[in-house]
Design a protein around this ligand. Sequence first.
Ligand code: NAD
Ligand code: TDX
Length: 336
Amino acid sequence: MRYQKILVTGGAGFIGANFVRYLLEHDQKVEITVLDKLTYSGNLDNITDLSTKRLHVVVGDICDAPLVDQLVQTVDVVMNFAAESHNDNSLANPRPFLDTNIIGTYTLLEAVRKYRVFYHHVSTDEVFGDLPIDSTATFQEESRYQPSSPYSATKASSDHLVRAWVRSFGIQATISNSSNNYGPYQYVEKLIPRTIATVMSGEKPQIFGSGKQVRDWLHVTDHVRGLLAILERGQSGQTYLFSANCQLSNLTVVQKILHQLGQNSSNISHVADRPGHDQRYALDASSTMAALDWHPAFSDFDAGLEETIAWYQNHQNWWQKAHTIVEAKYLQEGRR
Ligand code: NAD
Ligand code: TDX
């Protein structure tokens, strides 16, 4: 590993926690400091069962410049996972997305500029906007930015900030844009865990609109392995795309979950569509695969889904309270 001391922001969230867990298990020298504000989607239980002296946890905000300054000077690299990450929340209340995703990124960039620390920015395929449902087109590294939602507009803004800091101030930084992740520890507001929790609670899963919209699914462990490949071999100034080329309609995904849980696959509620709903995401990750020698290991979505469902079945205490909160919120917003 090129770096030994890593600051992982958002390390108590879904992808950040999977990154921390994988890295501590696979590298015996690395030391990790997690900086996490513990918003509704951050949960210390995701990482604190790891009894190791190589993990330090700081509860705090990436917008807190003095705190960020203090932490960044102690590490070799910053991996920024911290974000407001849910599109529906960004439609209900965009402001926290501007604070964390834009000002938070700016705050981290100023600190890495001061201390000449490497920075990796974890971003999303949503910055490119969407593609027509029936086309076979894909997004590449150089595709035009055309975000649709307040969430994706703030992620696009933060990507632009990173590139500007590389060009104007000569910081060392990389960006990755990943397709939709699934796997353990994902908060139950997102399609796959929400559907699993809903069906396991004896309720009907909710499909926004027709369900024909397509998402490109990547197992979170493959995303984590890709991020580690960047830490090993990534070149400053480069953008990397992560996808397993697994495009499925939302309806297909929900039907697979119903089937795996032994339920009738037509047992679905079609609810009001998401405003501005992106139709199809699809990334062409072939350049990244060649550049980083990274290849997704989870090539069988059904097997990855089965393993994910088993995790939620074995961790009901982890998600039950959150499920109640999420469903009450959708109900209050008239979205279910
Ligand atoms: P998540 O919502 O599960 O986790 C986000 C974490 O960030 C939480 O622990 C939260 O407490 C923390 N956080 C939020 N605001 C903070 C702040 N101001 N200061 C410090 N910590 C803060 O999100 P996730 O799904 O793990 O996403 C992680 C990153 O990956 C995000 O940048 C997201 O845009 C990106 N991404 C996610 C997906 C996906 O499918 N989930 C796909 C592509 C990219
Ligand atoms: O209950 C639902 N019903 C439904 O039909 C939910 C929660 C979602 N959907 C649809 C909306 C989307 O077309 O399923 C698709 C996936 O929805 P989300 O899980 O909310 O993800 P998405 O909006 O695609 O964004 C995700 O991928 C890119 C992550 O939330 C982002 O953080 C990431 O950047």
